[in-house]
Design a protein around this ligand. Sequence first.
Ligand SMILES: Cc1ncc(COP(=O)(O)O)c(C=O)c1O
Length: 381
Amino acid sequence: MNKSIENSLQSDLEKRRLNDSFRKLSCSKAEVDFCSNDYLGLSNSIELKEEIDRILVYQKEYSVGSTGSRLLSGNSIFTETTESYLAKIFKGEKALLFNSGYNANLGLLSSVPKRGDVVLYDELSHASIKDGIRLSMAKKIMFRHNDLQDLDLKLSRTNSGNRFIVVESIYSMDGDRCPLKELVEIAKKHEAHIILDEAHSTGVMGHKGAGMAIGMGLDANIFARIYTFGKAMGVHGACVVGSTTLINYLINFSRSFIYTTALPFHSVASIRASFDILGKNIKWQHDLDEKIKYFISYFNKLFSSSLERTKSESAIQSILISDNIRVKSIAKYINKCGYDVRPILSPTVKQGQERIRICLHRYNSKGEIEGMLNALKEGML
Ligand SMILES: Cc1ncc(COP(=O)(O)O)c(C=O)c1O
């Protein structure tokens, strides 16, 4: 490699090292999982593995890889029936599979909002939402996190083209919910269209894991919904749910859908199997809710108001401890005690908003929750 490009890359990396935000891959994990997005334990469920194996018997009829994009050789009856199955679960006219949630957001947001349109998005939106919007020719306006007044004001200042409001049902860093009912009212008032990312509510909210909009009976008011399967569903991939027109539009214009090799049979089978298994075990959602309640009550008992927790009632719990060095050292202490939690550093979050992000699971015992929070307390000393 040419020396000057090496130097330029090295200098960016050096800046990361200097402010203690250098990222590196690691396979080492503490024993008890408070880190993964496998909220329901589906990823390691024997039942799910057996169900996938059962469906894979039919793999004989399919190639191992999908062999092409959906518009070429990568489509199959099995993929299309799985999409119909998902459309039924998510009560939409149609569902369209994408290879991941990142691709779904990128493909939807870069193609649907066009020049002359306006996209208003929450400041805490996931990177895939921000990247998708960046690729669109529409005007981009950020509003303050969950701030309905700010959104209303910004909407009233724009009246050209189609207006889109992009929000997440559960925010991935703070774990709090968007005020969906109020957002629907604002969207109606301004004749705007809501795009709802249900990544962290898929599987854990709504009937049989159908998400927040369905859980609240508001699905008919949402223009497009994005569901991802790599979190509570324990597998991989994502889908966009909406009208037949929207799905036909994505098949024609969404570049991250068109120009990529389709998911292989194994992945599509896994998605189908994970919804089947969750459908037979809806109690798992309740078990997770119990663990979340227990975590919050034990946290309040241990810390009262001496430590700040984000306003979350979801499986994502963030404890704010500002300063990259301090939050890293506390997380390290908790890891040494056997609990896998991760520090989230700036610039991933704003400076001063550094935190320990804890993901709760159905399979975390009350004893483990107590142990992890006690380790947090000791680590703070
Ligand atoms: C809110 C949100 N949307 C989209 C994604 C991307 O989903 P995937 O991991 O399937 O690419 C994530 C994943 O972190 C997320 O948190």
